[in-house]
Design a protein. Structure first.
Length: 177
């Protein structure tokens, strides 16, 4: 793979790149044959909602075209997004949610050509080094083996299960490498 360049995008730039990011989504997830259109449209609806969230931040990796993207936003203080969580929520996660200090990673996309080239970790580092949230969380599908593998490689810990079929993960409190 050629050199990979990382950059932050403003909310406006992210919206301008939405079609390219949706193409990356389809390439990264390669869902059921014939379902690409539905998957892409579902992603575009989620992306349109997420880009409007408080403190939305996005970074992309480019190597003659997008090869990676990571974005997230500050979690709602109401904690509604914890609904459906089964397990014991750490007190610090609950307290930090109420005080607006939780950042939620929403989507990590890496094209197959960018995998095993440290693109995901570089995106994570760029996105989170400037971020002021005390707690960073993400929610994955329970069947997302690749996502689980990445989170475990980052030393994130699994918090518990959501229904239906999702898992919650928490970044450890130690500084990024």
């Amino acid at each position: 793979m050629s050199d990979v360049f990382l950059r932050r995008l403003s909310r406006w730039q992210a919206e301008q790149q939405r079609e390219a990011v949706a193409d990356l989504y389809v390439e990264a997830y390669r869902g059921t044959v014939g379902a690409e259109y539905r998957d892409r449209e579902d992603f575009l609806r989620r992306f349109a909602r997420d880009v409007q969230r408080t403190d939305f931040e996005m970074v992309v990796a480019d190597a003659s075209g997008l090869v990676g993207c990571l974005y997230g936003y500050r979690a709602e203080r109401s904690g509604e997004w914890w609904e459906g969580f089964r397990g014991v929520l750490p007190a610090e996660a609950e307290e930090q949610t109420a005080s607006g200090r939780v950042f939620r990673l929403s989507e990590l996309l890496v094209a197959p050509a960018g995998r095993r080239a440290d693109v995901a970790s570089r995106l994570r580092t760029l996105l989170l080094t400037r971020h002021t949230s005390d707690v960073v969380v993400t929610v994955t599908r329970r069947d997302d083996d690749l996502g689980r593998e990445v989170l475990q490689a980052w030393d994130w810990r699994k918090l518990g299960e959501f229904s239906p079929g999702r898992e919650g993960w928490l970044r450890p409190p130690s500084p990024l490498p």
